[in-house]
Design a protein around this ligand. Structure first.
Ligand SMILES: [Ca+2]
Length: 220
């Protein structure tokens, strides 16, 4: 399902779009929060955790892969929808293990070109990327936009590209997995950039994502 043939040209265009987006966002202040940044500062190696430590999200699957999500250093979104009376849409909702809580983009338009950036705190090998590509709560799924296509762009620092892959999601409210094989060192990042959406039934022009998961192995 992953297209492995992303060209350097398209990647460079993507980078240019990033810079353009930064400029555009300067005009959007007041309509959406931006520069959302928080998160896990990293946790100890699972083998060294104290018994009372919360290891609930460090599960190991049948293939021996570790859920690397708790080892993330930073999670950042290019924009975030302002909270409503019903919920907030913070980027941390992407990794809280609850499909009913979501991150929603807060930019003008349908969310294409918006990004979520995941930065690692450890040297890891990522072999599987999982995503629930919409708002997995009641009829919120159909009322909001869902991810159709996105790019996973890998950075060894803020500007140095290492590789990229495209993914296509089903319009289906389940965790969808994409195989990959990429090492990341401390401070290396994956940028998730949305390129098209499903909009059938939507009454809000907000792209929402319920969860992401990153599986692989801790190398050091
Ligand atoms: Ca969630």
């Amino acid at each position: 399902m992953i297209t492995l043939h992303r060209t350097i040209t398209s990647i460079l265009i993507g980078i240019s779009i990033t810079f353009l987006k930064v400029s555009a966002e300067a005009d959007d202040i007041g309509t959406a929060e931006s520069d959302q940044s928080i998160i896990y500062e990293g946790i100890p190696d699972p083998a060294t955790l104290e018994p009372e430590a919360d290891v609930s999200r460090l599960e190991v699957d049948e293939e021996g892969l570790v859920n690397l999500t708790p080892t993330l250093k930073r999670l950042w979104a290019s924009s975030t929808l302002s909270p409503s009376s019903a919920a907030d849409y913070e980027v941390t909702n992407l990794i809280d293990g609850n499909p009913a809580t979501v991150w929603c983009e807060g930019a003008e338009g349908d969310g294409t070109s918006e990004t979520v950036t995941i930065t690692f705190s450890r040297h890891v090998r990522v072999t599987r990327f999982g995503i629930i590509p919409g708002y997995d709560k009641g009829d919120c799924w159909s009322k909001n936009l869902r991810i159709k296509k996105a790019s996973l762009i890998f950075y060894s620092d803020k500007t140095s590209l290492t590789y990229g892959e495209d993914i296509t999601c089903e319009d289906s409210r389940k965790m969808q997995y994409f195989d990959m094989n990429q090492e990341f060192y401390d401070d290396w990042s994956i940028e998730l950039r949305f390129s098209s959406v499903y909009s059938e039934g939507a009454i809000y022009e907000d792209l929402c994502v319920a969860e992401i998961e990153i599986w692989g192995e801790v190398l050091e």
